[in-house]
Design a protein around this ligand. Structure first.
Ligand code: ASP
Length: 349
């Protein structure tokens, strides 16, 4: 590098999860001090980009993730946005897809990469998958080859759009999948980027919105579900949004009591969002008679959205538009950050 050339810079943000654990002398897993990242991965000295690191005030197993932590992560990235070319968030795998989805909605006009990664085995273990994941995530986030203007997840050689990703294995190293959108890059001998799949480079300035409304519920349907269970969820005090995880292409029981329960929710101003239990494919309201009544009463179809993106999108829109249900309803069925396969995108939020 000659003296005038600026080295790219990546900020590594540690939030917790298996990746950051090291095995103690007694064999128990302890969180690892991120300042020691170079001790754990001396190879990082050989990169031609600069890596700085920081961590959340509280390091967590990602099962404890909440919107407050999403906001903490977003605060760090927003504060440091001008100083870095990209960001890597080290995160537990369990709820990584939720955090990636939440961040994708919070950052409008993102023009730098935010890459989440983690591992199935702790970095301090001999067979850890964390090493590869972290090194590839850093390289991608450094933006030296291409700038991916998206929140993504890198895991076991694939880079996925964050809000399309789902954790699919508690055992395999390839723990994530993106069923309804192809991977954005593949790491082999080279990292091969599929630029045509990236979101477009935004034109406006970065805008970070940090409001979520947690007053939502997910009702997963199963054959034999009782009116008492459905009603207890619908009648949750102060509920603002309800996701029903339906069968196949968005189908649900056509029995009177079920439709009446949903009608009751809608009458109370609750937004009802129809998301399929299937991993691949989309909700198609009115394809079967089993979704016609829901369509007629005003349930919104979720297209091919993942449950992780649906939960965070609903919380986000309710947070951004408090007491403005019509605004939320209109945007739920549109693509905000490429989370659903629709041309009908929403640019304002
Ligand atoms: N329970 C851990 C977490 O999500 C699992 C992992 O990191 O893979 O924080």
């Amino acid at each position: 590098m000659n003296g005038n050339e600026r080295q790219n810079k990546v900020l590594l943000i540690y939030t917790g999860g298996t990746i950051g654990m090291v095995q103690d002398a007694d064999g128990s897993l302890q969180p690892f001090a991120m300042e020691r990242i170079y001790d754990a991965l001396p190879l990082l000295h050989r990169t031609n980009y600069q890596i700085d690191s920081c961590q959340l005030d509280r390091i967590i197993d990602s099962s404890n993730m909440t919107p407050e932590f999403w906001i903490d992560i977003a605060d760090i990235i927003e504060r440091e946005y001008a100083y870095y070319d990209g960001f890597v968030v080290l995160h537990g795998t369990d709820t990584m897809a939720y955090t990636a989805s939440a961040l994708s909605f919070m950052f409008k006009n993102l023009s730098k990469p935010i890459v989440l990664t983690g591992s199935q085995l702790p970095l301090g273990m001999l067979r850890s998958d964390g090493r590869e994941n972290i090194i590839c995530a850093l390289e991608i986030a450094s933006g030296q080859q291409v700038m991916i203007p998206e929140v993504t997840i890198f895991f076991e050689s694939h880079l996925y759009r964050g809000n399309r990703s789902t954790k699919v294995s508690a055992e395999n190293f390839d723990a994530f999948s993106s069923f309804n959108y192809p991977s954005l890059a593949k790491a082999g001998i080279n990292i091969t980027y599929k630029d045509h799949l990236f979101l477009p480079i935004p034109e406006g300035p970065l805008k970070v919105r940090k409001r979520f409304d947690r007053r939502i519920a997910v009702l997963k349907l199963f054959p034999g579900i009782t009116p008492a269970v459905v009603q207890s969820i619908v009648r949750t005090p102060d509920l603002q949004g309800l996701i029903i995880e339906t069968f196949g292409s968005g189908n649900a029981p056509t029995e009177r009591w079920f439709i009446d329960s949903l009608q009751e929710a809608l009458d109370r101003g609750i937004i009802v969002f129809n998301v399929t239990q299937c991993k691949a494919g989309a909700v198609k309201m009115r394809q079967y008679q089993a979704s016609c009544d829901m369509d007629r009463i005003g349930v919104i179809g979720g297209h091919d959205i993942t449950i992780e993106a649906a939960v965070t999108k609903l919380m986000y829109l309710l947070g951004v538009f408090p007491e403005q249900k019509e605004e939320v309803r209109q945007r739920l069925g549109k693509s905000l950050r490429g989370e659903i396969s629709l041309e009908d995108t929403e640019d304002e939020i």
